[in-house]
Design a protein around this ligand. Structure first.
Ligand code: PMP
Length: 442
């Protein structure tokens, strides 16, 4: 029987040997020491059960240790882990055929990676080789990942988003232009003209004179479930393409049915990107990522060299393949739609009741609840207050996330196996946490 280390020993080791950042992001004042997971549930080392509404940041797609996916992983682990893909093996081909079937034409050529950061780096490289241009445009609240090859990496494209929840940013002196979200604190914004105006200002600068790519998530994740004005992506894609650039949809958080209405988030915007990047939910938490692009862009890239030791390894492919089957069998997209819509409706009622809920937004099971000091000022609820509600929600048995530039937005993106009863449990807990906060401070 496996026995966990004591909490004190784990913290001692963490302090001494682990990346100092891990001390910053234990996430809670009283950290959660996880022992085990099953579907939408996590248990800590003391046997306390939590409803997990964050899913390792939208990563656990079909459920923690989903029995069917675990079985597929176990089978493959006994057969073949690795050979590098200079050899030909079945799991990779089974998977790529299945994944391609989920995407519209001409998005049919797949490159497998091990993470979202790698997928975005690769997409950026391909965009540059295909267009012959260098500049990249994105939005300031977009997190692309944390790799760090200077001027070549996704790390140079996330100027603001780490400042709030993480207390730091890696993106100083970024050579990449961004369009600012016009609703800070973020709130609902319908100002397509203002967004497009900002985009045109960016085009007018020398930085974006030779554009290789425009990167955007269909709904921002770490940025706090920020949605765009209607037609913003469609209009932007047109403007970018007119200038010779390609359009890249980062589906790391929004893909695989999470938005409920569609399997891919971009489908909700009536656009077809030139490239789609994906990771997180792709393999239910097993490390994997992918770039999917058109034969035309792949042909430009074929002039260069691309190799990835672990990308597309048989275990990741077997798991990802089983994830796609499980999504179909369990009806995860439908759950996202139904439970997500229910949550959004009920949270909107809470917004009307509480002065400190500024906005409820998102789609399916990609939800943001933006907290404000009061509805008139729309100033972000300060970190100490956020932390109080967050901690209280956890102590009552529900794990949620935080995001937004000021760390002012609670994020809900659970494994897509939650039920309406789970939603009701969360709503009762969250209501109690807000009630407690209001009692203590108003
Ligand atoms: N894109 C988005 C939208 C993300 O949210 C993240 C991670 N939070 C990444 C890319 C980077 O993915 P990874 O951590 O797998 O490198």
């Amino acid at each position: 029987e496996y026995k966990d280390m004591s909490k004190e020993r784990m913290m001692e080791i963490r302090r001494q040997y682990c990346n100092p950042m891990t001390m910053k992001v234990t996430y809670y004042k009283k950290p959660v020491y996880i022992h085990q997971g099953h579907m939408q549930w996590l248990w800590d080392v003391d046997g306390r059960r939590y409803l997990d509404l964050f899913a390792g940041v939208a990563t656990v797609s079909v459920g923690h240790c989903h029995p069917k996916v675990t079985e597929a992983a176990e089978k493959q682990l006994r057969k073949l882990w690795h050979t590098t893909n200079i050899y030909v093996y079945s799991p990779l081909h089974e998977y790529t055929e299945k994944l391609a079937a989920t995407l519209p034409d001409p998005l049919k050529v797949i490159y497998l990676t091990n993470s979202g950061s790698e997928a975005n780096d690769l997409a950026m490289l391909m965009a540059r080789l295909h267009t012959g241009n260098f500049d990249v445009i994105t939005l300031s609240e977009y997190e692309t990942g944390l790799t760090s090859i200077w001027l070549f990496s996704s790390q140079t494209m996330c100027p603001d988003v780490f400042a709030g929840p993480w207390g730091g940013s890696n993106c100083r002196d970024s050579p990449v232009q961004t369009i600012r979200d016009c609703s800070c604190p973020q709130g609902s914004c319908t100002a397509n003209d203002k967004y497009i105006g900002q985009l045109n200002e960016v085009f007018a600068t020398s930085v974006a004179s030779r554009i290789a790519a425009f990167f955007a998530e269909p709904i921002m994740g770490v940025g706090g479930a920020v949605q765009y004005p209607k037609n913003f992506l469609k209009d932007t894609y047109k403007l970018v393409r007119e200038r010779g650039g390609v359009c890249i949809a980062d589906e790391v958080q929004t893909g695989f049915g999470r938005t409920g209405s569609h399997f891919w988030g971009f489908q909700g915007h009536d656009v077809i990107p030139d490239m789609v990047t994906m990771a997180k939910g792709i393999a239910n938490g097993f490390p994997m990522g992918a770039v999917v692009t058109t034969p035309e862009i792949a042909a430009s890239f074929a002039k260069g060299v691309h190799f990835n030791t672990f990308g597309g390894n048989p275990v990741a492919c077997a798991i990802a393949s089983s994830v796609l089957d499980t999504m179909e069998e369990d009806g995860t997209q439908q759950i996202s739609h139904d439970v997500g819509t229910y949550l959004l409706t009920e949270l909107a009622k809470m917004r009307d009741k509480y002065e400190i809920i500024g906005d409820v937004r998102g789609k399916g099971l990609q939800i943001g609840v933006e907290m404000v000091k009061d509805k008139a000022s729309r100033k972000p609820l300060p970190p100490a207050a956020m932390s109080e509600i967050f901690e209280d929600t956890k102590d009552m048995g529900v794990l949620i996330g935080k995001g937004g530039v000021y760390g002012q937005t609670f994020r809900i993106k659970p494994p897509m196996c939650i039920t309406r009863d789970d939603a009701d449990f969360f709503l009762a807990v969250f209501n109690q946490a807000l009630h407690n906060y209001m009692e203590d401070h108003h």
